[in-house]
Design a protein around this ligand. Structure first.
Ligand code: PMV
Length: 362
């Protein structure tokens, strides 16, 4: 039995019209999820920093619908304009997961979504938007049918739902350092179905910075969906999944002790391993751009010359995330301004940091 499916009838509807709003952040993976199976299940556990500034705000309103029970009535607006493409994607997701939200039989939805970062910044917005969507849907259900879910229960269903929409979105439901996927490590409480906060991490990582250098704001040539699929027959598949588990174990150990130098080593290896997998896929592809490598070289030079723990990571794209502790932020900001901005498209660097998770407004 799926405990995330609640049964109720139209008679139990206590609020037949209403509005709520959630803001939910993006996240950056330190140990990467790359390769999936079944219904959005990861081939290895991952860990990320939940961010603070890069986020999606979604306003939801609902009312009794006129249409037939099996038809989803949805209006979707992105950045104040009706967006047919996103609306279709969300409708398809709701159709595929109809049993999770029986309220869709009775209610019509209007959703308005806005990102805090420019649409053309090349930042993957699926983690923030799909986690906001999941939180909104779960809150509507809870409120309209007076299900009386505790905060913990609501977030648990939301991480489950977010995962179905976009794997990495499952992690954005929680603040700080978050894992998703099954692991034998005692610090990892997540499963393949839901993400969970990682406790016991040294304070220095709780307000880490992530300055995102927008090397290329364009659409990626190969989507994450296609990239995950290429892991199915990848020659390094098993080695990768084993190594990701080992890397996770090492990372958690050093994040408990607060060793920022070893943190740099593991995080950079992970980023390059992800891109190595792409380059070794059939067909092979490269998402890094010349300026991605230029930034990486600069970061390594800065670290060895200054002895400061600045490192980089990459998601499935050309942009470079610069990770560093708060106590070196002055030196790093000067370095970014003097040596890095020139490699960013239109000089765009988004200064983000570890954040406190989603927030409900209405
Ligand atoms: O959540 P998806 O399907 O967009 O995949 C995300 C993959 C990476 O960003 C490369 C890694 C991760 O764990 O976030």
């Amino acid at each position: 039995m799926n405990t995330y499916i609640k049964q109720y009838t139209k008679k139990e509807l206590v609020e037949d019209t209403g509005r709520i709003s959630w803001t939910s952040p993006s996240n950056i993976a330190l140990i990467k999820y790359w390769g999936k199976h079944g219904k959005q299940l990861p081939c290895n556990p991952s860990v990320s920093f939940t961010l603070s500034e890069s986020k999606t705000t979604m306003d939801f309103s609902w009312s009794i619908k006129d249409g037939g029970k099996d038809e989803i009535v949805l209006d979707f607006y992105f950045e104040n304009k009706k967006n047919a493409l996103f609306e279709e994607k969300i409708r398809k997701f709701l159709e595929d997961n109809f049993e999770l939200f029986p309220f869709l039989k009775y209610l019509s939805l209007e959703i308005e979504s806005v990102n805090s970062f420019p649409h053309s910044a090349g930042i993957a917005s699926s983690a923030s938007s799909m986690s906001a969507l999941a939180l909104g849907l779960c809150s509507i259900e809870n409120q309209a049918f007076d299900l009386n879910l505790s905060d913990g229960e609501l977030l648990e269903k939301a991480t489950y739902v977010a995962r179905l929409a976009s794997g990495s979105a499952a992690r954005s439901i929680f603040p700080g350092i978050v894992s998703w996927g099954k692991s034998d490590l005692e610090e990892i409480k997540s499963s393949d179905l839901i993400a969970s906060k990682v406790e016991g991490i040294a304070d220095i990582f709780k307000n880490y910075h992530d300055s995102i250098v927008i090397v290329d704001a364009g659409e990626k040539a190969v989507s994450s969906r296609a990239g995950h699929a290429l892991m199915e027959d990848h020659p390094f598949r098993e080695v990768r999944f084993q190594h990701a588990n080992k890397q996770l174990e090492n990372l958690i150990t050093i994040m408990k002790t607060g060793d920022v130098d070893k943190f740099c080593e593991i995080v950079e290896t992970e980023a390059l391993e992800l891109h190595g997998l792409m380059m070794n896929s059939t067909p092979s592809y490269t998402l890094m751009r010349p300026n991605t490598l230029a930034v990486i070289e600069k970061v390594r030079k800065f670290r060895s010359e200054k002895g400061l723990a600045l490192c980089f990571t990459l998601d499935a794209g050309p942009n470079v995330h610069l990770l560093y502790p708060d106590n070196i932020s002055r030196e790093v900001t000067e370095f970014i301004n003097s040596e890095i901005t020139e490699f960013a498209e239109n000089g765009l660097v988004i200064h983000d940091r570890v954040g406190s998770g989603p927030e409900r407004f209405l």
